[in-house]
Design a protein around this ligand. Structure first.
Ligand code: DHB
Ligand code: FE
Length: 280
């Protein structure tokens, strides 16, 4: 039987992809950011997940305003790398797991989550930067990836509560897949940041850390945070944090924290990272 063995939360700041690609990740500016991922890189070498369900958002890189899926699941064999303006990042293509992806899609849809099924897609920094943070610069990514894209770019975006419930349904879906697979779920985006307008550069260390505390808790108060609070306290792009709730909802009631890291600033943003293990 397949099993979700861990959840990883991480910001997906594009500048960190540039730092890896240009070999600047241990300089004075980026060193303290990447040091917070060293523990996870070692841990992943032992964990060896077969598949990562990677929850992220497309930043109008592959999708555009013509079609805006709220929740989309990548069922393809392979996903290419988006050109976000400077050419595609020099990272390997992402290999999917169509059998598990279709199984999850069926289970979710029969559980009343109306997923969009994607059979062709390129992926942007929302997905590739977390892979670089966790796995550095391999010739080939060490696991299969099922991209799960969430609309957090155009209102209305899904509620935190709905995201948590989707996570619960993903756990059920994975656990009903007959093959023995070590599956991780990652939630990406955030933390506090606003990239445009008068409040550009807004960061909120206290709020971000309270959010991380809430993820560690065995109550589910975090799922009830309203959009307006994310916007007010964490800036317009802080809303990306609802994606971490899909990861947390998939881990069950109680979790054990294996690792946690927070750093300000990184580009215009606060960077946060957490590794959680189901403890029920
Ligand atoms: C930036 C972009 C993002 O998508 C994000 O999540 C954080 C930062 C940026 O352009 O700096
Ligand atoms: Fe983002």
């Amino acid at each position: 039987m397949a099993k979700i063995t861990a959840g990883v939360g991480s910001s997906h700041v594009p500048l960190l992809g540039v730092a890896v690609d240009q070999g600047k990740d241990r300089d004075d500016y980026f060193g303290p950011i990447f040091a917070g991922y060293d523990w996870t890189r070692e841990w992943e070498k032992n964990e060896k997940p077969d598949v990562v369900v990677l929850v992220y958002n497309d930043h109008a890189s592959y999708f555009d305003m013509n079609i805006v899926p709220t929740f989309a699941i990548g069922c393809a064999e392979r996903f290419g790398i988006c050109d976000e303006g400077w050419g595609p990042r020099p990272v390997p293509d992402v290999e999917g797991h169509p059998d598990l992806a279709w199984h999850i899609a069926q289970s979710l849809i029969l559980d009343d989550f109306d997923m969009t099924i994607i059979n062709k897609m390129d992926v942007d920094h929302g997905l590739t930067v977390p892979l670089s943070m966790m796995f550095d610069k391999p010739a080939k990514w060490p696991c299969k990836v099922i991209p799960l894209a969430v609309n957090v770019v155009t209102y209305p975006v899904p509620s935190g509560n709905r995201c948590w419930a989707l996570g619960e349904a993903i756990k059920k879906a994975v656990e009903s897949f007959p093959e023995d697979l070590n599956v991780q779920i990652w939630g990406t985006g955030g933390m506090s940041h606003q990239l445009q307008g008068p409040r550009a550069g807004l960061l909120n260390r206290e709020w971000d850390n309270r959010f991380l505390d809430m993820l560690e808790s065995d109550n589910d108060d975090v799922r009830h945070i309203q959009h307006i609070e994310y916007l007010r306290e964490t800036g317009s792009e802080g809303i990306e944090m609802v994606m971490w709730l899909i990861m947390r909802g998939a881990l069950g009631k109680t979790v054990k924290t294996l690792h946690r890291h927070y750093h300000i600033p990184c580009s215009n943003t606060a960077i946060g990272h957490i590794v959680l293990e189901p403890a029920d």
